[in-house]
Design a protein around this ligand. Structure first.
Ligand code: SF4
Ligand code: SF4
Length: 86
């Protein structure tokens, strides 16, 4: 499951640099997570790093994006392979 940022976000900028997949960026109004890059931190960390640092707890799991650990690990492998090739 990818994570999502709700409109409780206060644009504090803390989560963006913590994401190992560069999945977080500033959107038109608040920060956003690219679900195609979010692995819930699988492959990098035991816990989603953005959730750990968000001061207003506005980064829940996206119920529309239920994904297995295997799917998330597969995405991690694709992303790291792409990074190595770059
Ligand atoms: S859960 Fe991890 S990979 Fe997903 S957006 Fe947060 S920090 Fe990035
Ligand atoms: S840490 Fe939370 S409040 Fe701060 S920018 Fe990220 S989502 Fe928004």
């Amino acid at each position: 499951m990818a994570l999502m940022i709700t409109d409780d976000c206060i644009n504090c900028d803390v989560c963006e640099p913590e994401c190992p997949n560069e999945a977080i960026s500033m959107g038109p109004e608040i920060y956003e997570i690219d679900p195609n890059k979010c692995t819930e931190c699988v492959g990098h960390f035991d816990e989603p790093q953005c959730q750990q640092v968000c001061p207003v707890a506005c980064i829940p799991h996206d119920p529309a994006r239920v994904e297995s650990r295997e799917t998330l690990m597969g995405r991690y492998r694709l992303l790291t392979a792409a990074k190595r090739a770059a």
